[in-house]
Each structure stands twice: as structure tokens, then as C-alpha cells.
Design a protein around this ligand. Structure first.
Ligand code: BG6
Length: 301
């Protein structure tokens, strides 16, 4: 669909328009009285979100992010699907699945009576993705932008056998400084520690950061809170249908190697990802759907 077609069919005067952005990629630009967000149609990737009562975005985008066809964008809320992390058996398949690098099509948009703006997208399979995932399914992302950001990831199994999927919204949050925040809500949860030899541990108290952290908390359904004294706010991450939480900061060495964080971009972000991974991979019976939903909001501390 051309930009003109997109704007004619799904544009909403004052609230939603489609524009060509960096790398020639197409973005939905959402701006209403409550909040503002950008969403790249490649990957259905929300690149940033700011409630109007916040001076700083809630969702972080790297100043050094690369925008190119078929490449994941550093920052925002990448959609990891239909597996999380490395593929179980095929080392050549992309980490975190292919949903974040393929095109999605817009299927619906609406200006809601609440003042929020809604947009829904569906993943478009291609030859390469079908070769990696030969299972008929429908995957949709529903996004509602207002004072909070609500995101639903819906998978429908269109095949005639059960289907196991891993998934996550790999969201990067904007923070004052990684060394000064804490993440609450995971106390007492079991986690798989991916830094060094993989080990299983139990979280004692809030999470604080003084080096690389890469952990998958299993069976962790509670709301997580990022407490940020420097920005004097807390970010709330409330989820349903998502039983895993991934907490990730690359810290300096890994960020330098990755090349799209800039000199100290990693200090201004933390990933608190909501999803279903490892022990929590979801089995969707034939003909049925599974939904994971996450709501992101910010409060003054
Ligand atoms: C996290 C993983 O979810 O994503 C990390 O736990 C990984 O191991 C990170 O490094 C970033 O992944 P990517 O593929 O976006 O660079």
C-alpha cells in the first residue's frame, strides 16, 4: 500500500498520519492530547512513546539507531516472535525470531472516545519467514496510545496441530542513569542468569545495576516498576498473558561491541521485557488464539 493509500484508509486527522522516515521506512505518527508515539511498519516496532505530562519519553530510542530494510532497530519496543533468544535448534535463524524485521500491514485504526488512538497491524509472511516457520498463523499487534501505552500481541493458530511459541515485547525504557535506578516486582522470582555460565537463581530484593545484567525471570506475572530518582518518576509495566520478564542492560563493554548505542546511550536505558520464554513457552491448540497484553505508564515519584 502506498503512503497516500495508507493515509486515505487509516489516517485520522490530527491524531494519526503515515510518513516516510529514516532509511525510507514507513512510520505511523500518533499524536493526541494524551500522548505521542511513533511506530515503524517494519516490525510493527513502536520506536518511542511519551505521555504528554512527561518531559522525557518513557520508551527509549538510541540516538545511533540504524534504520534499514530487514534490520532490527535499537530501542523502542521490538516484537520478539515466534521464539525468544536463540532458536532452539537452528543457529542460523535470527535471534528473537523474525517478526521484528518483516513488514506488517495496518488493518484498522480508530480515534477512541477516551481521547486515545488505536492502531492494529498484522504480520505479513514472506518466503524466508515461511521457510523458518512453516506453521499457518495470524499474528496481530494492537496498540492504544494515550496517557499510557497499551500493547496486545495476539497469535492465532490456523493449523490443525498444537503450536508452541516464545514471544516478548523487548521494550527499552528511558531512564536518568542505569546505576541509580531499581526494578521492583520480581522479588522472590526464579531467574535464568545468562551472564557467564547459565545458572538458575532466586531474586532477593529489588534489582540494582552495577554491571551487565541479562536475566529471564520465569513465572513472574506481577507488575514491574522502574524507580528512577534522577528523572523523579516510576514507570509501571503491567501485563496479562505474559509469564516471563527479561531484564537486560549490556553495560559498557557489550554496548561498545554492539555499535548502535553510541558512547554512553546504554546508561540512559534499561530493558524490562514482558513475554513468554523458556519454561513459559505457550502451547496454542489448533484453531485457538493466545493474547499477551502489556500496559506502560509513568507516575511522579
Ligand atoms: C535480550 C537478551 O533480551 O536482548 C540479550 O536477553 C540480548 O541476551 C538482547 O543481547 C539484545 O538482543 P538483540 O538481538 O536485539 O541485539
Amino acid at each position: 500500500m502506498t503512503l497516500t493509500d495508507l493515509n486515505t484508509r487509516f489516517g485520522l486527522s490530527q491524531q494519526l498520519k503515515f510518513v516516510e522516515g529514516p532509511g525510507g521506512l514507513i512510520f505511523a505518527e500518533i499524536d493526541n492530547a494524551l500522548g505521542t508515539a511513533y511506530l515503524c511498519l517494519q516490525g510493527a516496532h513502536i520506536t518511542t512513546f511519551r505521555p504528554k505530562d512527561q518531559a522525557e519519553p518513557v520508551i527509549w530510542l538510541s540516538d545511533y539507531a540504524k534504520f534499514a530494510s530487514g534490520k532490527s532497530i535499537r530501542g523502542g519496543a521490538p516484537v520478539c516472535w515466534p521464539w525468544f533468544g536463540a532458536h532452539a535448534t537452528e543457529s542460523g535463524f535470527p535471534g528473537h525470531g523474525y517478526a521484528r524485521t518483516v513488514m506488517w500491514e495496518v488493518t484498522q485504526s480508530a480515534a477512541l472516545a477516551s481521547g486515545e488512538t488505536e492502531i492494529t497491524l498484522a504480520l505479513v509472511e514472506n518466503e524466508q519467514s515461511r521457510a523458518q516457520w512453516p506453521h499457518p498463523c495470524r499474528v496481530e499487534l494492537n496498540v492504544v496510545v494515550g496517557r499510557s501505552l497499551k500493547v496486545g500481541l495476539i497469535t492465532t493458530n490456523l493449523g490443525d496441530t498444537d503450536l508452541g511459541i516464545g514471544e516478548a515485547l523487548h521494550t527499552y525504557f528511558q531512564i536518568g542513569d542505569i546505576a541509580e535506578i531499581q526494578v521492583l516486582g520480581l522479588e522472590g522470582c526464579e531467574y535464568v542468569d545468562k551472564v557467564g555460565p547459565v545458572t538458575r537463581r532466586e531474586q532477593a530484593g529489588p534489582i540494582t545495576f552495577s554491571g551487565e545484567v541479562d536475566r529471564v525471570y520465569v513465572n513472574s506475572e506481577s507488575t514491574c516498576v522502574i524507580e528512577d530518582r534522577r528523572l523523579q518518576r516510576r514507570i509501571l509495566i503491567a501485563k496479562t498473558g505474559a509469564r516471563s520478564t527479561v531484564v537486560w542492560t549490556p553495560w559498557t563493554e557489550k554496548a561498545d561491541k554492539m555499535g548502535d548505542f553510541g558512547p554512553d546511550g546504554w546508561r540512559r536505558m534499561v530493558c524490562v521485557e514482558s513475554g513468554n520464554a523458556l519454561d513459559n513457552v505457550v502451547l496454542i491448540p489448533a484453531g485457538q488464539s493466545h493474547t499477551m497484553s502489556v500496559e506502560y505508564s509513568a507516575q511522579v515519584l
